[in-house]
Design a protein around this ligand. Structure first.
Ligand SMILES: Nc1ncnc2c1ncn2[C@@H]1O[C@H](COP(=O)(O)OP(=O)(O)OP(=O)(O)O)[C@@H](O)[C@H]1O
Length: 345
């Protein structure tokens, strides 16, 4: 059974349709990250799931139970969700143990104390039970926040930019720890972030959101290998488009030579390939009319900013294979799972 199932969800702020017929499923025990351009509707989607706002249309089911439909509207505290929002700070006047215990209902004191102890162990903050939030680091505060969110054993966790205020040096170890904690508890989670790197480290699947809809939901690897459209391809990483003509199921011809694909190409006979820097190498050779804008030495690598067919791209390659920037430049494209789109309508 899915922990979350959303069908045809729609929401407007005034005339502005911010969530548009959105469908999304999160399996039990799965972490899904909502990623997309600023303003595409990520936070609004989380608020709809949480019950902080009411949809115009659509059905949301959490753990198999409908939380809205016609006259039904289940209040946030009865939705079986835990929330860790950027602006849902800890209560400053309560110590760590009391912050975690807040919201634990229907338990007697002994049960409540046992649950708080269990949660403190889970987030490895046993010695910090009596401390107040201002006496903790940002990372420790987020551990308390996750302990508080998990304390009443929700079916689904909602996390909105939970790591954005955390120092970059500790951010990725905190992300790993919190991922493990969530997996250990067997809870499903939806996570909103602006950072692809955070999404890769934290989520099982990424849901790429485009203008109020889910453009594609899959693993990061599948989104790289087979993006559903140009928005998803560009969102997953910088690249350049080259006009291309299909010459076999595994080969396209471009101004930069024949490119070999490790997967069958889409059906259209002409279109554009989207090439990412990691599949290209700048070399000295036959002049491909590549302009070098900038070269920087980064220690082990060189970074080259080049212009191909009016599109700028940054490539990094080992300083051991440095090229002569004053000689003619060309690119070599290695065989890979080529992304090949039809021409834009
Ligand atoms: N309370 C509000 N009243 C009116 N419009 C709003 C309100 N909140 C958000 N919006 C608009 O709805 C759209 C979606 O906002 P939302 O916060 O869901 O986007 P987001 O994808 O989370 O963006 P970001 O990545 O910048 O946080 C935006 O155009 C935003 O300006």
């Amino acid at each position: 059974m899915a922990s979350l199932e959303i069908n045809a969800l729609t929401y407007r702020y005034g005339q502005n349709k911010v969530v548009d017929d959105l469908n999304l499923t999160v399996a039990d025990n799965e972490i899904v990250c909502l990623l997309g351009a600023s303003g595409c509707g990520k936070t609004t989607t989380l608020k709809l799931i949480a019950g902080l706002i009411q949809p115009e249309q659509g059905v949301i089911q959490i753990g198999g139970s409908r939380v809205n439909e016609h006259k039904l509207f289940v209040a946030p505290q009865h939705r079986n969700i835990g929330m860790m929002f950027q602006d849902y700070a800890l209560f400053p006047h309560l110590n760590v143990a009391k912050n975690i215990a807040f919201g634990l209902k229907g338990l007697n004191k002994a049960q409540r104390d046992a649950r708080v102890k269990e949660m403190l162990q889970l987030v490895q903050l046993e010695e910090f039970a009596a401390r107040y939030p201002h006496e903790l680091s940002g990372g420790q505060q987020q551990r308390v926040a996750i302990a508080r969110a998990l304390a009443y054993r929700p079916k689904l966790l909602l996390l909105d930019e939970p790591f954005s205020n955390i120092d970059s040096q500790v951010r990725f170890s905190l992300i790993n720890d919190i991922r493990q904690i969530i997996k250990q508890q067997g809870v499903a989670a939806i996570f909103v972030t602006h950072s692809r790197e955070e999404a890769f480290a934290f989520a099982d699947k990424l849901a790429i959101m485009e203008q109020g809809k889910i453009a594609q939901l899959d693993s990061a690897e599948a989104l790289y290998r087979a993006p559903a459209n140009r928005y998803v391809a560009e969102f997953m990483g910088q690249g350049v488009y080259l006009d291309a003509k299909k010459i076999s199921d595994y080969q396209v011809s471009t101004n930069f030579g024949v490119i070999h694909s490790s997967q069958p190409l889409a059906a259209h006979s002409t279109g554009q390939v989207y090439l990412r820097p990691q599949h290209m190498r700048l070399i000295n050779g036959e002049n491909h009319q590549i302009e070098l804008l900038q070269q920087r030495y980064l220690g082990l690598d060189y970074s080259y900013t080049i212009v191909i067919e009016d599109q700028a791209l940054e490539l990094q390659q080992s300083a051991r294979h440095a090229i002569d920037v004053n000689a003619a430049l060309a690119v070599e494209v290695e065989p890979h799972a080529v992304t090949y789109f039809a021409h834009e309508a």
